[in-house]
Design a binder for this molecule. Structure first.
Ligand code: ADP
Ligand code: MG
Length: 514
């Protein structure tokens, strides 16, 4: 028979567990085991209320210990306030409520294969144990709540320290945040973390990619999902609110994901600002260069005209030796070429606004394409043209717009010396019309791409390129109130997108047939 002393021993053991700061699931397993060894029963179940469910820990002499979460219904049969005994022919059971004041925290359920294993004294004994358990549980609950909160705050504090560093690269930052996340979870030793952003993965070594036990939260930047934050456990743990995870951990994870989204948003806004500044600087440089070029063009134009004129005169000189005639022809040819460059320079630096008339961009493209069809066929370039059925009217100068189209097409052809695919598209987008020219040619690296709008920048041989095609196109498009964006990858191809303001289409329906 169990004595008073033993009840004290068991109780103080329970209190000792409670003071060790273990998590609730560990605590309840220790208690179940302790009760099993001290009770001489076959099986002990400890049922603990966990919000709207019961955490059930079963310890049996023959089948070890197990933990499970059960619906509140499963415990309904035990909803008594008194210890209750069940006698059976060859066995007996005891049910003891665990109460803290009026609050029902759970039950102890002991089973014995002996008849009358639980006389009144034993019932009193377990009632005492249940009371101790109740206060120990309050302690454990408080302590683990506090511990969870501290972990959560430590984790968030760590994150904000990392994200506040101004010069850390985004990828380094994400990796470091991933590294500190596991410490915020209930079982840090088996927890792995991963942050996925735009297809890049930042994970801790023990993150389990397709792990069974995972908790995730999406990273939403300005309404768009860019990735997620994920915590995985490498081993099974007792079922809690969300698999083996706590409600508090769900909240923490959501906070981390939101914090990441905010940081990414902030960083990208900074980059965008830098980009705009850069664009502005470049535009300024372009304008300065433009003025310089305009001055130069005028000055060169005069001597060039003389050169052309006199070369023509000299060429007509009677009795000119054949060799001199050929040389003069070369002078003339070179001067004419130079004059062509000057003419383009003037277009590029044109100060006067373009002629204003209603232009159908589809018509410009369709007419312009005629020049290229046979050349494409000859050079093994497949030409794919799809023009928008919507009205593509713009206000502008048809000659200049044709020039833009031609310049972009010529570049695309140059980029595909051994054939490829050339796509030409027009499209309406809100109050803009788009012209897209895309090739599968040699593409550009960063350095080239950064310089394409700089006058005279060229990667081509002297007689193939002047380095004025794109600056001229840029000048024309800008003076039409539009933009031109070029994206490219070395070895993959280039895409040029010209956006122009759509003409006011009211009253002009049916104006786009020709
Ligand atoms: P040019 O064609 O006379 O060299 P551009 O201003 O038209 O001058 O183009 C400048 C440079 O940009 C080219 O020399 C080339 O290196 C690069 N480029 C332009 N368009 C393309 C393209 N579609 N594919 C690859 N590179 C291009
Ligand atoms: Mg060109």
């Amino acid at each position: 028979m169990l004595g008073l002393l033993e009840s004290r021993t068991v109780s103080s053991e329970i209190l000792r567990y409670a003071n060790q700061g273990m998590v609730k699931t560990d605590f309840v397993q220790r208690v179940a085991k302790l009760l099993l060894t001290s009770s001489k029963c076959e099986a002990v179940d400890v049922w603990l209320r966990d919000y709207d469910r019961y955490l059930r820990c079963s310890a049996g002499r023959h089948n070890g210990i197990s933990l499970s979460l059960q619906a509140l219904d499963g415990g309904r049969e035990f909803l008594s306030r008194q210890a209750r005994m069940v006698h059976r022919e060859h066995s007996s059971e005891l049910l003891v409520p665990v109460l803290a004041g009026r609050q029902r925290l759970g039950y102890l359920h002991l089973r014995s294969s002996r008849k009358d294993h639980f006389p009144q004294a034993v019932q009193t004994f377990y009632q005492e144990i249940a009371d101790t358990l109740a206060s120990a549980l309050m302690n454990v609950q408080l302590r683990s709540d506090l511990q969870e909160r501290i972990k959560e705050l430590t984790c968030l504090y760590g994150i904000s320290r990392i994200t506040a560093e101004p010069d850390t690269r985004l990828d380094h930052m994400l990796q470091r945040v991933a590294n500190i996340l596991p410490a915020g979870w209930l079982y840090p030793d088996i927890a792995g973390a991963m942050i996925l952003l735009d297809g890049h993965i930042y994970a801790t070594p023990n993150h389990h990619p397709h792990g069974k036990y995972a908790q995730r939260a999406n990273i939403l930047v300005r309404g768009r999902q860019r990735g997620l934050v994920e915590i995985t456990y490498g081993e099974a743990r007792p079922e809690l609110d969300e698999g083996p995870f706590l409600k508090e951990e769900r909240r923490l994870l959501e906070t981390v994901a939101e914090e990441m989204a905010a940081v990414i948003n902030r960083r990208e806004a900074e980059i965008e600002k830098l980009r705009l500044e850069d664009q502005l600087r470049r535009a300024e440089r372009l304008a300065t260069l433009g003025q310089l070029a305009a001055g130069l063009a005028h000055e060169i134009n005069e001597p060039l005209s003389s050169a052309v004129g006199f070369a023509q005169l000299a060429g007509k000189c009677p009795g000119l030796p054949e060799q001199a005639g050929r040389d003069i022809h070369k002078v003339l040819y070179a001067s004419l070429q130079a004059r062509e460059i000057v003419r383009r320079l003037l277009t590029f630096t044109r100060q006067t606004p373009p002629g204003q008339m209603h232009v159908d961009l589809n018509k410009i493209v369709a007419e312009g394409l005629q020049f290229f069809e046979s050349r494409c066929a000859k050079e093994g370039i497949e030409l794919s043209c799809r023009l928008s059925p919507a009205g593509m009217g713009v206000e502008g100068d048809p000659t200049q717009l044709t020039q833009v189209f031609v310049n972009l097409m010529v570049n695309a052809l140059h980029a595909m010396p051994s054939g490829g695919l050339l796509k030409v598209r027009t499209r309406k987008q809100g109050n803009r019309v788009l012209l897209v020219i895309e090739d599968t040619g040699v593409g550009m690296d960063r350095h080239v791409l950064q310089n394409i709008f700089t006058p005279f920048f060229t990667t081509k041989d002297v007689n193939q390129g002047t380095g004025l095609g794109l600056p001229v196109a840029h000048g024309i498009v800008t003076s039409h109130g539009g933009t031109i964006v070029v994206t490219s990858r070395r070895g993959e191809g280039t895409k040029c997108v010209v956006r122009l303001p759509a003409a006011d289409t009211q009253g002009q329906i049916g104006d786009h047939h020709g």
